[in-house]
Design a protein around this ligand. Structure first.
Ligand SMILES: Nc1ncnc2c1ncn2[C@@H]1O[C@H](COP(=O)(O)OP(=O)(O)OP(=O)(O)O)[C@@H](O)[C@H]1O
Ligand SMILES: [Mg+2]
Length: 344
């Protein structure tokens, strides 16, 4: 949904000031170094700059500092293939952050190549998706609680009674005692399974003790299972906004699970840091790596879901993998005005 999209053709378009001045989306024309040479009325209205002010700016001036390094790769992509479509955030003159779907296209004017950029404001749409995801998480929490209250508690009661029977003074013959022991073992395993499903659905540690404790617990648990060293470093002087906690946890969880299943790593490092504007998350293992070219980004999968979760909150997801291991880098902007009251 939020990934690259294909445009049918690659023809070079002529720019027409009259045509694009009045349309509802923000339109810019920039040269191949990013210098803005044209902005339409809507761009001025949304970003708070006059047309004259825009002409002294480069596109990096309307991008938050931490996203500046993404600008040249997009320009290069347009130069190479004629177009590019991606979601990004940008900064208005008053500091306000907007989320846009940005369509870039190579055009020709006076025998020079320029980039025509169409910014479609999707802030409202993104808020709706985030609200939907939050509702989904609430639903998972509810199912987890129901499994506990209606199933796990009953099973535990039955297990308790079976165990009491095996301790009964009245002698059972060996066959019956063995059968009871077998039943007790099976029931115990079913309860362990159900608790694990509950944890997957909704990690109660997140609600009770917060994200840091949950990642610490998960790291210790996995360290024992994998016989591999897991380091979790974080420098959070301020709390993670609640609406990002579940996103971060689910990405860490899937990345660690993948490392456990495939990496054969002897060390995994999880780094979580926060500035006023961003949260950055890195999960790196020193395992065998894999070939990213073989990943099918269309098929719903763990990698796909990590990327989508990051993009739903207007963040970026990058993965590198090779013989030295796999590294995932996630950058999540903290956009206070988007969901001031929403907490998962
Ligand atoms: N840390 C890693 N080390 C080595 N290979 C990895 C790592 N992470 C992912 N992979 C490779 O990438 C593939 C895709 O991972 P992805 O998480 O999308 O799918 P999956 O784990 O096979 O299934 P699921 O959809 O249940 O997560 C894996 O099958 C594996 O080959
Ligand atoms: Mg996976």
């Amino acid at each position: 949904m939020l990934g690259e999209k294909q445009l049918p053709t690659q023809e070079v378009l002529p720019a027409n000031d009259l045509m694009i001045s009045g349309i509802r989306d923000s339109v810019f024309i920039a040269d191949l170094n990013g210098k803005i040479v044209f902005a339409n009325d809507q761009a001025c209205k949304v970003h708070g700059y006059t047309k004259g002010e825009f002409k002294g700016l480069n596109v990096i001036d309307i991008v938050p500092p931490e996203r500046v390094k993404e600008v040249m790769p997009h320009i290069n992509k347009v130069k190479a293939q004629g177009y590019s479509i991606h979601n990004s955030i940008h900064r208005c003159k008053n500091g306000e952050i907007k989320i846009s779907e940005i369509s870039l296209r190579l055009i020709e004017m006076d025998n020079h190549e320029y980039i025509l950029a169409l910014f479609k404001d999707i802030s409202e749409f993104q808020t709706k998706i985030q609200t939907y995801v939050a509702a989904q998480e609430k639903e998972r929490e509810w199912v987890s609680i129901e499994i506990h209250d209606r199933i796990v508690q009953n099973l535990s009661g039955i297990l308790h009674q079976i165990n009491a029977l095996t301790l009964c003074k009245k002698p059972f013959n060996k066959d019956k005692r063995d059968k009871l022991d077998e039943l007790s073992g099976q029931l115990n395993n079913t309860i362990i399974e159900a608790r694990s499903i509950m944890r997957e659905l909704y990690p109660s540690t997140l609600a009770r003790y917060g994200l840091i404790r949950l990642i610490q617990e998960e790291s210790i648990h996995l360290q024992d299972e994998m016989h591999c060293e897991i380091k979790f470093n974080h420098s959070l002087t301020k709390a993670v906004p609640p609406y990002l906690e579940t996103t971060i946890y689910r990405i860490v969880h899937e990345a660690l699970l993948n490392a456990k299943k495939y990496s054969q790593a002897s060390q995994i490092v999880v780094d979580l840091n926060r500035t006023d504007k961003n949260i950055s998350l890195d999960i790196c293992d020193n395992g065998i790596g894999f070939c990213l070219k073989n990943v099918d980004w269309i098929r719903p999968s763990g990698l796909q879901s990590m990327r989508q979760r990051a993009e739903i909150v207007s963040g970026t997801f990058c993965i590198r993998s090779g013989v030295k291991g796999t590294c995932i880098h996630v950058l999540l902007p903290i956009i206070n005005h988007i969901m001031p009251t929403l907490s998962l």
